[in-house]
Design a protein around this ligand. Sequence first.
Ligand code: PAF
Length: 274
Amino acid sequence: MKLVHTLKDLRQHLDAYRHPAVVPTMGNLHAGHLALVRQAKPLGDITVATIFVNRLQFAPHEDFDTYPRTLEADCAQLEAAGCDLVFAPGEADLYPQPQTFRVQAPAALADILEGHFRPGFFGGVCTVVMKLLSCTQARTALFGKKDYQQLMVLRNMVQQFAMPVEIVGGETQRAADGLALSSRNGYLSATERAQAVQLSQTLRSLAEALRTGANHYAELESQAMQSLTEKGWKPDYVVARRRADLQPAQPGDALVVLAAARLGTTRLIDNLEV
Ligand code: PAF
């Protein structure tokens, strides 16, 4: 496996390949990322992972400065998973000038849910992903379904800009107790980690109620929020939404339930297709 930091070295290395399959990440990798790398292997003629903590998608009060940078351990795991090439640019490599051209994600998709609670987040994600896909000449790019709205926004971006990239989603990987794997799980104390499973349990109960035909969505959502609050969480949202576009659900729609909530100082997200 080769590790490169500059665009020049990346291009040189990719010269011989026609179909890079790319897994963009911010590093601090877990089994979810490695599953994406394994899923990418048969989808291209070279498997590329990118590692870049993207300042543009963090609000000033968020964890950009403290986000774990673990390049050496990440590379060891990527190599074991069969990755061929890692592109880990520094900020000056990826943003040699201020990134004044930005992708503006549409409000209907990007200002709801995560975008409502993290204004500017999807603009930052879209801008860096467009740039990373351009740098790596990706023909296939893989993203985890745990970031359900992100995956949807990126699919729409690639489609509307007619980018020659197929976006592939990877199933959420979970710990034995059901907690969705996330780099931010590392912020949890031991007590919080034991409690963190309550987020997926809440979503499972909501999904179960919907599966059995309940359709008083607003009431079910507020019950789920209340149940998390009573357990000491600070939920941003727990919702049932239409899978196709994340708009409010109507009876008969294919649904997904999504949640974001803070446990102590750690904000976790999760979702389940119903
Ligand atoms: O999901 C992530 O890790 C990031 O949002 C991504 C897609 C790598 C863009 O920085």
